[in-house]
Design a binder for this molecule. Structure first.
Ligand code: WT7
Length: 653
């Protein structure tokens, strides 16, 4: 576990005094126009949460009303008890059958350059047809359906089609390897998987269907594979199991009424890394998630009727679920979607898209911003970016220099920046500026969203004075929080609700300043954040140990200018095995093949032994220090064998 001391060291470089008030012109037109208005609404949201959330929920359509807004507390809280609704209805029908029928819902650009526009009416038909395709395969309410696709409109249609019939989707990011797919599919007991032939990425093709074929060798529950034809590249189709998306859509009826889902019925599973080797399937439910994705999108992105809204996240991550699909579509927004890499064919692809489609709201990750900075300002300056009015970031702390670059080069000092802090588990944005109301400070996620009660505490749960670092917890339950870990309620309670009794523990370090602003300081557990992607060190270690030549492995994150954190792996070999450069590369590749390229270790260091405590626990803290600074100065008193450390130090030289 990273110590708070370590987090504080990181934090001291982040002390920052600049303050940027919301531009007056922006504030005048915003949903929430002043700090006073935010504060009044915030006060109501925590003093009268039932009233506050009921009002928000009434902006959506319910098939049947709830009888109670909040029932129970902490991990046992239920929201909108007895209410019936459907997310696909609220994202699509509500607009398609109303004034937004001909408004573009999805504005998509493929990596090779083609453009498609689906209106809300188009989306309505596609989603209903696809829901009927699923029904035709015998898939029903409560069944789990895996989705492994690239960024194309059909991916959004797949999610909404599942939601329409009450099937629980489990999206697996298109960068994961076969092994990671089979683990997730088996854990969830998925009965079908939706994929595509290949997807375009950086001029090449990712062979999604072939990877699915490989994964399914180990998945006995999957009966069908629906294959969307994106590129037309040849794929094998297994008789009786695999069907083509387009053929099935033609044959399917174009009307499919939306299921009446209970507010607490599961909507989806999403796997994320934790501190053990096994990724956990967080369960998100329908009612609270609908209301909070709707409300955060409305206020944090200040959505207006004429916005072209672009969140660059892949739908494979929670950001894509909440802020490409469910949040903006419930608001009736026009959602920009782009298939490929930001540097294809050249480094200015994103800025070309912004100008070509007149994007107004742009939401991306700090790691992307660091890459743009590195590629050079000339790529940005070739484009006007005049349509932009609001910028956002998510995924990791943004360092003030990157924030300033974003503000200056992309926002032209005109666009507010919302640095949004949240997690897969929280479902929606928890701490963030409201762009017309909150003065921003570069590097701070600023203040809590409505209804959210953060606190910075010690390990025993005592509040820490402002200005000092501690652990970030949430004192009260909120509507969009994950309800459980699929099939493992005990792990859910233990991971999030037992460290600090009565509170949800985020796993992040933070401090609050005198203005009540939160400054995130990174994870304090064995979770690392590589380019905004979350990985458990144990997961990578398990993959390494599965290699026949590896005896033991320990992985740590070390700071990296581009990725935020890089992965350093310390490896001991089986008897008789010799370290070599070839083996080093083989092990890096091995992890990429087992989990996916995002988990490929940056360094692999061979060692005779790993530093352990007398009780046999690997002292990752020492390895982290070694990988970061090249030396170990921290406390080593619990080390069992000092010789190990001496050797590791020698290797550094
Ligand atoms: C972890 C959650 C939320 C969608 C993307 C990541 C870090 C996220 C911020 C931010 C500082 C941030 C935290 C958190 N994180 N946003 N604005 N400032 N840190 O979701 O994969 O569940 O990762 O990402 O460490 O715990 P995730």
């Amino acid at each position: 576990m990273a110590t708070l001391e370590e987090s504080k060291n990181l934090d001291s470089s982040l002390r920052e005094n600049r303050v940027f008030a919301p531009p007056a012109e922006f504030a005048a037109k915003a949903h929430i126009k002043s700090l006073e208005q935010y504060e009044a609404m915030y006060r109501r949201s925590v003093e009268d949460p039932e009233g506050f959330w009921a009002d928000a929920a009434k902006e959506l359509e319910w098939f049947a009303p709830w009888t109670k807004v909040i029932d129970g507390q902490a991990q046992h809280t239920k929201w909108f008890v007895g209410g019936k609704l459907n997310l696909s209805h609220n994202c699509v029908d509500r607009h398609a059958l109303g004034a937004r029928k001909d408004k573009v819902a999805i504005l998509w650009e493929g990596e090779p350059g083609e453009v498609r526009r689906l209106t809300y009416a188009d989306l309505h038909e596609e989603v209903q047809r696809f829901a009927n395709v699923l029904k035709g395969l015998g898939i029903k309410r409560g069944d789990r359906v895996a989705i492994y696709m690239g960024m194309c409109p059909e991916l959004a249609i797949a999610l909404l089609g599942c939601a329409r019939i009450g099937a629980i989707h489990s999206v697996i990011f298109g960068g994961f390897a076969a092994h990671a797919i089979s683990d997730r599919v088996n854990d969830a007991g998925c009965v079908a998987i939706i994929t595509q032939d290949t997807s375009y990425r950086r001029g090449g093709e990712v062979k999604l269907k072939a990877i699915v074929d490989q994964a399914l060798e180990k998945c006995s529950m999957v009966k069908n594979v629906v294959v969307y034809k994106r590129s037309g590249s040849p794929v094998e189709m297994k008789e009786g199991r695999d069907i083509w998306w387009d053929q099935a859509m033609l044959a399917a009826g174009k009307e499919c009424p939306a299921e009446w889902m209970d507010a607490e019925d599961p909507l989806y599973l999403l796997y994320t890394s934790g501190t053990t080797g096994k990724p956990k399937g967080l369960v998100h439910t329908t009612g609270g998630y609908a209301v909070q994705t709707y409300l955060t999108s409305k206020y944090v992105f200040d959505l207006r009727e004429d916005d072209i809204y672009w969140c660059t996240a892949d739908i494979g991550w929670v950001t894509g679920h909440s802020y490409v699909v469910y949040g903006p579509l419930q608001n009736g927004a026009t959602v920009m979607m782009y298939e490929g890499a930001p540097n294809w064919p050249e480094n200015d692809r994103f800025w070309k898209i912004v100008d070509d489609h007149k994007v107004t709201v742009f939401y991306t990750a700090p790691t992307a911003i660091r890459a743009f900075t590195k590629w050079g300002d000339e790529w940005v300056r070739k484009h006007s970016l005049a349509s932009l009015r609001l910028l956002g970031t998510v995924g990791e702390p943004i360092n003030p220099e990157s924030w300033m670059w974003y503000h200056r080069e992309i926002g032209k000092e005109r666009c507010p920046i919302v640095d949004t802090y949240w997690q897969t588990e929280t479902g929606t944005i928890m701490i963030s500026p409201l762009p017309g109301a909150t003065p921003t400070k570069p590097g701070s996620a600023t203040r809590p969203f409505f209804g959210i009660v953060p606190e910075v505490v010690t390990r025993s749960g005592e509040p820490v004075p402002d200005g000092q670092g501690g652990l970030l917890v949430f004192r009260k339950a909120w509507p969009s929080m994950a309800r459980t870990v699929y099939g493992d309620q005990e792990r859910y309670e233990k991971t999030y609700w037992s460290d600090i009794p009565g509170s949800y523990f985020t796993g992040d370090g933070a401090r609050r300043d005198a203005d009540g602003y939160y400054w995130l300081m990174g994870r304090v557990d064995d979770v690392i954040n590589v380019s905004g992607h979350r990985l458990g060190t144990m997961e990578i270690e398990s993959a390494l140990v599965a290699h026949p030549k590896v005896a033991e492995a320990a992985c740590v994150g070390r700071p990296d200018d581009m990725k935020g954190q890089a992965i350093a792996a310390f490896v001991t070999l089986e008897g008789g095995q010799e370290p070599s450069e070839e083996l080093r590369q083989e092990l890096r590749q091995w992890v990429a093949k087992e989990i996916g390229a995002l988990a490929r270790p940056d360094d692999v260091r061979f060692t005779d032994a790993l530093p352990k405590t007398r009780s046999g626990k690997i002292m990752r803290r020492l390895l982290r220090e070694l990988a970061t600074t090249g030396d170990v100065k921290g406390d080593t008193t619990t080390l069992e064998d000092f010789g190990v450390l001496a050797k590791l130090r020698e290797n550094e030289e």
